[in-house]
Design a protein around this ligand. Structure first.
Ligand SMILES: [Zn+2]
Length: 177
């Protein structure tokens, strides 16, 4: 985004413009929330504001299309792993046609879950000294490309293992091929 004061190109989570030093508007997010969300603060600012005002449902296309990867990117490690296992379980129990229903559930739950997590983190940081707030927020929140990549590698390994397992099982059941 651009600084409204000097026009310099700056990161959207900055609280002060690094070029002219002017304070930047935080919009619908608190300082801590903006640092925790870090990317797409405009989008999450609008959605968090609606949830804060009592909106019960919300929709997130990224959470719908690829919840485990979206959650991992947003550093929600446990939801990422659990959803990953949930999708695996649908294939394990041979009901893969239920996957779209699960995707819709995750599309609906994504933003409320992320909002609650960001709230909890922000409340835990209320006593944080202001000079450390930015570093702590960026460490605990923010986004991370490494986690979804690791999840993709795990998916690949499970797929390879599954092929191998099926192949071995087929050989045991039908030894003459
Ligand atoms: Zn500026």
């Amino acid at each position: 985004m651009r600084c409204a004061h000097c026009g310099a190109e700056i990161d959207e989570y900055e609280l002060y413009c690094p070029f002219c030093g002017q304070a930047l508007p935080t919009g619908a997010l608190s300082e801590a929330e903006r640092l925790l969300v870090r990317k797409n603060t405009g989008y999450y600012g609008r959605h968090f504001a609606a949830l804060r005002a009592g909106k019960k449902t919300d929709w997130n296309w990224a959470a719908f299309a690829a919840f485990p990867f979206w959650a991992a990117y947003r550093k929600m490690v446990l939801p990422a792993l659990l959803s990953f296992i949930a999708f695996g379980a649908l294939f394990w129990f041979r009901v893969p046609w239920l996957a779209p229903a699960l995707m819709v559930v995750f599309g609906l739950l994504g933003n409320p879950a992320y909002y609650r997590r960001t709230q909890a983190l922000a409340e835990g940081l209320a006593a944080e000294p202001p000079e450390q707030l930015e570093q702590t927020c960026l460490r605990r929140g923010g986004v991370d490309w490494l986690l979804p990549v690791l999840l993709g590698v795990a998916l690949l390994l499970v797929g390879v293992w599954w092929q191998f397992f099926l192949h071995r099982a087929a050989l045991l059941l039908y030894p003459r091929g």
